[in-house]
Design a protein around this ligand. Structure first.
Ligand code: ZN
Length: 157
């Protein structure tokens, strides 16, 4: 496993639309190695979420880790959004030192594949839903600063 370098704003790859992973290639050595590297990168950077474009690879792969149990989501799709929203202050490994409050759906239904190619269908709520929306935005070239309010600059707490 090799931690990869985090691409920092305004790197062009953060603004690209990432492409789907072909489902029959999920088990390939290339994708499996990349997923391991992405996990290692998230661990080294001590983050709670990471998206593939943040290491310069525009594939639809994200990882969310809220409990030291990283979960991989390949080709994630939001199929339903709650009417209710919530606002949480967010940061991003690609935009160090900048924080801002983003309004997001309180709960979402998601379809994706895991790193074994198994289909996942689930509902996410609260912080889990927020991190998923932040990471899925990355796959569409969207950054939290695009829709954040009260943007502040400070060193990490
Ligand atoms: Zn981010």
């Amino acid at each position: 496993m090799t931690a990869r370098n985090i691409r920092k704003y305004p790197d062009d790859c953060l603004r690209e639309i990432s492409r789907d992973v072909e489902t029959n290639s999920i088990q390939s050595p290339e994708i499996q190695t990349f997923v391991k590297d992405l996990k290692e990168t998230l661990l080294v950077e001590n983050g709670i979420g990471i998206a593939s474009p943040q290491v310069g690879v525009n594939l639809r792969i994200i990882i969310v880790d809220l409990d030291e149990n990283p979960k991989v989501f390949i080709n994630p799709k939001i199929t339903k959004k709650s009417r209710r929203k919530l606002s949480i202050e967010e940061g991003c490994l690609s935009i160090p030192g900048i924080y801002g409050v983003v309004r997001r759906y309180r709960s979402i239904n998601v379809e994706a594949f895991d790193e074994d190619g198994k289909q996942l269908i689930f509902k996410a709520e609260g912080l889990f839903a927020v991190v998923l929306q932040h990471e899925i935005d990355h796959l569409n070239g969207v950054l939290f600063i695009d829709h954040a309010v009260r943007i502040v600059k400070r060193t990490k707490m």
